[in-house]
Design a binder for this molecule. Sequence first.
Ligand code: GLA
Length: 386
Amino acid sequence: MNNSLLEQIEKKYKELYSGKPLLIRAPGRINLIGEHTDYNEGYVLPCAVSPAIYFAAGLRNDNKVCLNSFDYGSFCEFEISQKETPKEQWASYLYGITRIIQEKGYKIGGFNCVFGGDVPVGAGMSSSAALESGLCLAISTLFNLNLDKMEMAKIGQKSEHEYVGVKCGIMDQFASIFGKKDHCVRLDCRNLEYEYSKLELKDYIFVLTDSKVKHSLASSEYNTRREECAMGVKALQKKYPQIKNLRDANIEQLQSVIGEITDTVYNRCKYVIEEDNRVIEACNTLNNNNLTRFGELLYLSHNGLSKLYEVSCKELDFLVDKTKQMDYILGSRMMGGGFGGCTLSLIKADKLEEYKNTILPLYTKEFGHECKFYAATAEDGTKVVG
Ligand code: GLA
C-alpha cells in the first residue's frame, strides 16, 4: 500500500473540506492468462495488484457531488440528479457510477471526494476499473447501501459501457474488487463462479514491462473484436443451435462453418476457443507447480493475440520476442485489451536486474523511447482502509 500517497490524499481532503473522510484503496489488476475471453463467457485468471487509486470521501448536506482529481489537479462538480455527463473525461467514469447506482433504485445524496493513485493510465492495468470500484465502495459505505461485491463489479462494468463507451467484459472490475493477497482468481465469466489459488511461483516472479505505448480501448477496435466474435457465434448457431457463445464451441465445430465466415472472424474465434482451453490448462499447471508449461502457455497466448486476434503491436511483439532468448524467463505475453500497455513475463527473481539492463537499451534503441518496469505481486481488492 502506498501510505504516503494515501496521506497526501487525506490531507488534500482536509484542506478542502472538513471532518475525517472515509478512506478507500482500489487496486489495478493484472491478468495471468485468458485475454478477450470474458465477453465471450469464457475464463480469466486475474489478480489485483499493488498500484492503486486512493479515495478520501465524505458526506455533504446538499445534493452536490464534488470530485477532485489529485493527479490532474482538476475539479468537477454536479448535482446528484444531473442528467448530462460532465465534460471532463476522467469524471465520466465516476459520474457513470452515480447514475447507475441511482438507476438501480438506491437513494444517494451529495458527497465530496478527493482521489489519486499510482496505477499508470493507459498501461493496461485497468486504472478505469480501479476508479469505478473505488467510487462504488465509497458511495455504498457513505450511504449504507451494502452493495455486494459482484453487484459493484457489475455497476462498474455498466458504467463503462454506458458512460465511457467501451463494451468491456467483467474481468477488470471483478479483479479490482475480488483480488486477494498472494492469490490469483479464476473467474468463469458465464456464471460468475470463481475460485482462488495461492500463487506459488518458487523462485520466480511476474514482471510487467510497460511499452509506454498508450492504448485506447475506447478506440473502436475493442468493440469491433466483440462484434466479430458475435458473427462467429451466429454462424455456429445455425449449425449447432445449442451453442450460446464461443465458450460452447470447439475447433472442429468452428472448422465446419469455415465457408460461412470470413477468415478474420475464423481467426478471432479460433483464438478465443484456444485461449479458453489455455486458461484451464494454466490453472492445472499452477496447481501442479509446472511453471515451465505455464510459461509456454503465456507464449502461446501471445502468439494468438498477435497473429489471430490482432490486438498486439510491434512494441509488445518486440518485448515478448526478446524474452525468448533469455533462459531465465519462462514465458511472456501482452496483457489486457492490447494495442499498447504492458507485457507480463514470468522471470527468475534474481535475474530481474539483468533483464531490465538487457531490455531497456534494446527497446530504447529500437523505438526511440524507454520502457518501464513494474513488479506484479498479488494484493487485496478494493477495501476501506480508514
Ligand atoms: C480490457 C477489458 C476487459 C477484457 C480485457 C481483455 O481490459 O476491460 O473486460 O476484455 O480488455 O482481456
